[in-house]
Ligand binder design. Structure first.
Ligand code: XMP
Length: 326
């Protein structure tokens, strides 16, 4: 590894003051690197790309072109939040692409997890590249690479986020947070004024709800998953578990069971609650959820989400269960 990218001797960014200093330094570096040229960024709404976007908007304003691809597998309200924070709040130069139909059409009938991942990853690059090619005067590509991505040299980002660009575009990379750890990126994000829910966001896989809508994805089951997941998040926010649990979500398998609703037979999918704590995602333990909270979540999901007729709780630690159901 290039010795220049080792951050061991850096002072860690733990306070607003240190973050402000880092931001000022990076603004100067980015301006120096980029000059009056344009920079492209795939803005997913995740912590890393959001912080890079906010930093670059501060440094070079409209010279940054953000592209947000909605693959139709985002959690409820996520794409809307990207537009609200960046376009409306920060006046970003933001291109929003709703590619939901493209992704869901390609995924139709595909049940195998690795195949689903490949389709989502491949199509993401395809959509992003199509957009990038339309922009003829871009010289730089910004990325939310962080230090752990460099350590795991074939890291998650390479595979799951923007994986490649058209060879002929020859863009130079701008990676302002590449020497930071995740916690530091969050401190910088806060100092840049990004909303807490964006900066504190849980990890969310690149293929999004695609890994939680098990088996072949259908629009109705995907929609049920999204609504149930939103209810879980809302209830965790209300009872304070949101700040205590590392990752929590709903998975919906592709089978139905019999139930009764309004005195009629009601076949529906189960919604499975997964709520885990971990330090590095290599192992994970199960968070205790008070029974009254579980009852409330169950009542709401079964009453409010069409297609769901049971709520289950996954009590399996990792190992043996992975965090995602996939
Ligand atoms: P597993 O399911 O392997 O997940 O126990 C470990 C952690 O990784 C997250 N995850 C991903 N994160 N892109 C990501 O950025 C992905 O494709 C991906 N797949 C899983 C998962 O949510 C958990 O936090």
């Amino acid at each position: 590894m290039n010795p220049n990218v080792r951050p061991e001797n850096m002072q860690r960014i733990t306070t607003k003051e240190l973050a402000d200093k880092f931001i000022e330094e990076q603004i100067a570096l980015v301006r120096n690197q980029v000059g009056d040229k344009k920079v492209l960024l795939a803005l997913s709404g995740g912590v890393d790309s959001s912080v890079v976007a906010a930093l670059l908007i501060k440094a070079i304003g409209k010279q940054l072109i953000c592209v947000h691809v909605n693959h139709g597998l985002m959690r409820k309200g996520e794409s809307e939040q990207v537009i609200e924070v960046f376009k409306n709040g920060l006046d970003a130069n933001l291109i929003y692409i709703d590619a939901t139909d493209r992704f869901l059409d390609l995924l139709k009938g595909v049940a195998e997890p690795e195949k689903k991942r490949k389709i989502i990853g491949g199509e993401f690059i395809e959509v992003f590249n199509e957009e990038a090619k339309k922009l003829t005067d871009v010289d730089f590509l910004a990325q939310g690479t962080i230090y752990p991505d460099i350590l795991e040299s074939d890291g998650v980002k390479a595979h799951h986020n923007v994986g490649g660009l058209p060879e002929d575009m020859k863009l130079e990379l701008v990676e302002p947070v590449k020497l930071l750890y995740k916690d530091e990126v969050r401190v910088v994000g806060k100092a840049l004024g990004l909303p807490a829910e964006m900066v504190e966001r849980q990890p969310f896989p690149g293929p999004g709800l695609g890994v939680r809508c098990l088996g072949a994805i259908t629009r109705d089951r995907l929609s049920a998953l999204r609504e149930a997941d939103a209810i879980l998040r809302e209830e965790f926010d209300k009872c304070g578990l949101a700040g205590k649990v590392w990752q929590y979500f709903i998975a919906v398998p592709d089978f139905k069971s019999v139930g009764v609703k309004d005195d009629k037979r009601y076949e529906g999918w189960p919604a499975i609650i997964r709520a885990v704590n971990t330090v590095d995602a290599m192992t994970a333990t199960i968070e205790e959820i008070p029974y009254d909270v579980l009852h409330k979540i169950t009542d709401r999901i079964t009453a409010e989400v069409p297609g769901i007729n049971r709520v289950l709780l996954d009590l399996t630690p990792k190992p043996i269960g992975t965090i995602e159901w996939e």
